[in-house]
Write a new protein. Structure first.
Length: 328
């Protein structure tokens, strides 16, 4: 055996190392590898703009009002939030944060583009759309007790998995009884990230939007390929050890491993709370008034109908969780 590393280190290198998936340009988008809510179209950003206005007013209209888009990818959410011209625009400092320079070079004019979260304390909102699922996690495997998965690089370069001795003590989130071969993510990095983000805020909210399960046990009792997923060019990818760097590696978030949230809603509920239906109605009215001579604005307004269907779909993006924490 040569190098033996925890699965979390393998994942960090496969995504963010020198030949990592995100380092070499893997990204969200119709021409990318997977479709996220901001990439569906500008409607998602317009609803986020309304949410930002509600938060800005709740905090007493601070200036600057710092909006951190954490794990911003190519900056699509930034573009649509700014284009929606929220009332807080004049006070808003929009900070797009991404570890990958291949993503940062695509960030739009008018945002601060950073590799790491700005120092606090500041007043504002930190929003992480599909970031937590990409943070490296440790992998637990049930095989005569719960053990940790390590990745071994063989002398010929091949990769195999090696299991540690049983955990002692067993992490409390893991179910006592599980089938042979059951797996579960141990999301220390996601928990630490939320704690760190909250500590940067003097006043405000951290919001994470992701696919999730209420409990780790809920994940452990499902087939692991359901929640430990790989993606490449809009298709499910190969086993996670195959061709590292060529595919995304992602997990559903186990909410019971994160700091206690103030609110958890489905994405559909959250978008409705922040006015998606009103924006869709406005789009329909605009289209009806301009359908005889449609311009680009009219086409965009009409597309709100199909965008909202995708964003609210309970078996798709609408079923994601929107998890909120106040400053802490
Ligand atoms: C799945 S993409 C989501 C992109 C975008 N938020 C969206 O919804 O389309 C995750 C992004 O998070 C970035 N990322 C991963 N870890 C990060 C970290 N610790 N800080 C900032 N960005 C990170 C990746 O480089 C990648 O661009």
């Amino acid at each position: 055996m040569s190098a033996v590393i925890p699965f979390s280190e393998f994942m960090a290198d496969a995504l963010y190392g020198p030949s990592g998936f995100y380092t070499t340009g893997g990204h969200a988008g119709r021409r990318g590898d997977f479709l996220t809510s901001p990439e569906v179209g500008p409607l998602f950003g317009a609803v986020v703009g309304r949410f930002l206005d509600a938060q800005w007013r709740r905090l007493g209209c601070p200036d600057p009002f710092v909006v951190v888009d954490a794990g911003a990818g190519p900056g699509t959410l930034a573009r649509s939030v700014i284009a929606s011209r929220p009332a807080c625009s004049a006070s808003m400092r929009y900070v797009a944060v991404d570890v990958s320079s291949a993503q940062r070079v695509q960030h739009p004019e008018g945002v601060d583009s950073l590799a790491a979260m700005p120092d606090g304390p500041f007043d504002g909102v930190i929003i992480a759309n599909e970031l937590l699922d990409n943070l490296p996690f440790r992998l637990a495997v049930h095989d005569d007790g719960w053990r940790e998965a390590f990745v071994v690089t063989l002398p010929d370069g091949g990769l195999v998995e090696h299991l540690s001795a049983p955990f002692d003590p067993v992490p409390s989130v893991l179910p006592a009884v599980a089938p042979l071969g059951a797996r579960a993510p141990l999301q220390d990095a996601a928990r630490a990230w939320i704690t760190e983000a909250r500590s940067r805020l003097r006043l405000g909210t951290v919001i994470a939007i992701d696919y999730s399960s209420a409990t780790t046990a809920g994940l452990a009792l499902r087939p692991w390929r359901d929640w430990l997923r790989t993606y490449r060019r809009h298709e499910r990818g190969d086993h996670y050890l195959v061709a590292p760097g060529s595919q995304d590696i992602t997990t559903e978030i186990a909410i019971d491993q994160l700091p206690e949230p103030d609110a958890v809603r489905s994405q559909a509920q959250w978008l409705q709370l922040h006015g998606i239906d009103e924006l869709v109605e406005e789009g329909k009215r605009y289209w009806e008034q301009h359908a005889h001579r449609p311009d680009l604005a009219a086409m965009r307004m009409r597309s709100r109908v199909s965008e909202s269907e995708a964003l609210l779909d309970p078996s798709g993006l609408g079923g994601f969780s929107v998890i909120e924490w106040s400053a802490g």
